[in-house]
Each structure stands twice: as structure tokens, then as C-alpha cells.
Design a protein around this ligand. Sequence first.
Ligand SMILES: C[S@@+](CC[C@H](N)C(=O)[O-])C[C@H]1O[C@@H](n2cnc3c(N)ncnc32)[C@H](O)[C@@H]1O
Length: 231
Amino acid sequence: MSDTRSAAWDDYSKTKPQRRTTNADGETTWFNWTQYADHGPGVEVLALQPGDCVLDLGCGSGGNLAHVATLGMKAVGIDLSPKQLAKAHERWPDVDGMELHQGDALQFLGDTFTIFDAVYSVFGAAWFTDPRLLLPIVHARLKPGGVFGFSQRPPVEGCYGCQASYIPRGDDEDPAVVKRWDYQPDIWSSLLKEYGFPEVTATVLPASEADQRTTGTLLVRAVRGVQPQLF
Ligand SMILES: C[S@@+](CC[C@H](N)C(=O)[O-])C[C@H]1O[C@@H](n2cnc3c(N)ncnc32)[C@H](O)[C@@H]1O
């Protein structure tokens, strides 16, 4: 299963250009939660302190992770796709504090002994993993009071729970299919509270006015409770 998924994401990687060299403000690194350039909130959502250890689930080619590292954090990324990680190594060869791992997010969280100060995922593994498996293990590896933030496309009305995501391949090939989990903001709030994140903000940010597309971005910010959980 994991090989099929990493091959699918390798195919996805071939279609995606590298991040721009600078954003609209002329910055060489930046954090972007949405599918639109120069849009939405930034890294402040994660409430980081200098030297924090931060985990990106499905870091892809590493643009957000590089920004977190340049702020002086220990920035750890996990991604299924060797091609995505090769792009990260190529684009960000000399960024101190950036650590990349290849593999499945659930497996990585299960194997690591690190307690992270914040965990995030931008259109990443948090979208493509069953939340009933992911949330308990993020809770276990996140410090009390730490932020778990993630963004993804909002659900299509009426299409909730596990959905098929189609990743285009060559013209004469069927698309690759991976599973993703779509819920409305209030359902994300309930799920996160159930799994030990008592403080949750889940909203759909409107699309960028500078873009013709109209789909917003679901942004979820959850603070881990101080109590250990018995799931
Ligand atoms: C749409 S891309 C987003 C990449 C990156 N976060 C960004 O904003 O550019 C989704 C990424 O999640 C990774 N991914 C999907 N499922 C994963 C999983 N279960 N474990 C680790 N990475 C995963 C894919 O390999 C891919 O790089």
C-alpha cells in the first residue's frame, strides 16, 4: 500500500514546479497555508518559540519547512515521496536545522521518541490519513499546549469522510488514486476535541481575490490538552 501511495505522489511531484525564488514581499522563504500565492496567514498560527522542534507531515518539496528552519527552529519533515524529497534537497541544500525523512507519517510518529512543540501539515499527510488513526498519535507526540495546524481543500458539499483523490498521470495512463478525508469545520472541531485537543479553530478561508479560482482553504488550528489521553 505504501509503495503504491509513494509512486502516486512521485507522479504528482513531476507535475509540480519548484516554489518561486521570492514571494511578493521579496522574501526568499515564507509559510503558505493555502493553494494561493501570497495569501492567508503565516507561521504565526503555530505560536512557535525560538528553538522549537516542529514536524511537517507531508512536507513535499519543503518550502514551508525551510521557512520554519530559517526562523531558528529544528524543522523535521516526513514525506512518502522520494521525488518530493529530492526536490526539497535540491531547492534547500544549505538550510541549517532542516531534517528530511522518507516514509509514512503514521509510521514515523509511531517510531519517534521526540515530543514536538508543534505539528503541521499543508495539504499534506493530515489530509491523506484517517484522522481516527492520526489524531491519537499526533496527540502522543505533541507537547501539552502545542499547536497542531493543518490546511486542505474544504469538502465538496455532501461528500464527507473518506474520498478518492485522483492524481493525473500520462495521457495514456489511468490516474493514480489515493484516499483523503474530508469533513466540514464543525466535524473537525468535534473530532479534535474527542482526541484531546480542547481548543480548536476550524474555518474556511476565502479564496484569494487575486485569483480566478473560488475554492477556499480549510484551516484547522488545534491546541493539545494538558491531560494524557487513554484512547
Ligand atoms: C499536495 S502535496 C503537499 C506538499 C507540501 N505540504 C506543500 O504544501 O507543498 C501532499 C504531500 O503529502 C505527502 N503525503 C501524502 N500522504 C502521506 C503520508 N501518509 N505520509 C507522509 N507523506 C504523505 C505526499 O507525498 C506529498 O508530498
